[in-house]
Design a protein around this ligand. Structure first.
Ligand code: KIV
Length: 272
């Protein structure tokens, strides 16, 4: 039965920690608009991430850096109007929280007030801990994000697997602990060795959600457009494609064009 036919119990940050406690894996996907979020929520997803990957998949930018706070609020509010069950997390975009913690708090407050979502996510550990502290002190739930942090792509210079060497792995473990102590309700680990991710998940009491971080974590997240096969060029090893929507949509559009050109559409029954 779809979730919308039942009495719907909202997923909260507390529900996620209970899921970790009983060993139930958390399923998280991105969405950026009302129509898609309606389907994703109806299917029973636990967490919807309004990711700054919208910068890539919705706006066609090379990186996540250009997307603005206003644009993230627009996407967040569109998703919020669709969702009845899932916990909704919105990414704080690049440049809205790294500068100082006061600015970080006002960015997070704008998202919570104007998009009416449940939580924010931001990238980084020790470097952004003041911002994390200040946002959480204001009562706003924060999800951390460590490992490959796409907002720092110009520092890394590449999207290869992170924390393969001991020093970076130790820093990641320390950052994860710091985020948990600051009060983050969950952490995303992106593109790091599976053993390291498992170790972090086992050492923390908050849920750890992986993308390219193996199966030893408490949940998984993928970018919806990637797992549905709408995007074509992005093919990392961790991505499982559940559909080839690029081909399906292209086929349907091709049939429509043919029907219009051949005068097959509209037929007698499709007009007044
Ligand atoms: O923006 C995003 O979609 C993300 C996920 C890749 C975790 O941060």
């Amino acid at each position: 039965m779809s979730v919308h036919k039942q009495k719907v119990k909202r997923v909260t940050t507390h529900v996620l920690s209970e899921m970790k406690l009983r060993g139930e894996k958390i399923a998280m996907l991105t969405s950026y608009d009302y129509s898609i979020a309606t389907i994703v929520d109806n299917a029973g997803i636990d967490v919807i991430l309004v990711g700054d990957s919208a910068s890539n998949v919705m706006a066609g930018h090379e990186t996540t850096l250009p997307i603005t706070l206003d644009q993230m609020i627009y996407h967040g509010a569109s998703v919020m109007r669709a969702v009845k069950r899932a916990l909704i997390v919105v990414d704080l975009p690049f440049g809205t929280y790294q500068g100082n913690s006061k600015e970080a708090l006002s960015s997070a407050i704008r998202i919570m007030k104007e998009a009416s979502v449940d939580a924010v996510k931001l990238e980084g550990g020790r470097e952004v801990i003041e911002s994390v502290n200040r946002i959480i002190s204001a009562g706003i739930p924060v999800m951390g994000h460590l490992g490959l942090t796409p907002q720092s792509i110009h520092k890394f210079g590449t999207y290869v697997v992170r924390a393969r060497d001991k020093m970076e792995a130790e820093k990641l473990k320390a950052d994860a602990k710091l985020l948990e102590e600051a009060g983050c309700f969950a952490i995303v680990l992106e593109k790091i060795p599976a053993e390291l991710a498992r170790e972090v998940a086992e050492s923390l009491t908050i849920p750890v959600i992986g993308i390219g971080a193996g199966s030893g974590v408490d949940g998984q997240v993928l970018v919806l457009h990637d797992m549905l096969g709408i995007t074509q060029e992005f093919s990392p090893r961790f991505l499982r494609r559940y559909h080839n929507l690029f081909a399906e949509i292209k086929g349907a559009v091709g049939s429509y064009i043919q029907d219009v050109k051949s005068l097959d559409f509209p037929n007698e029954k499709e007009q007044y």
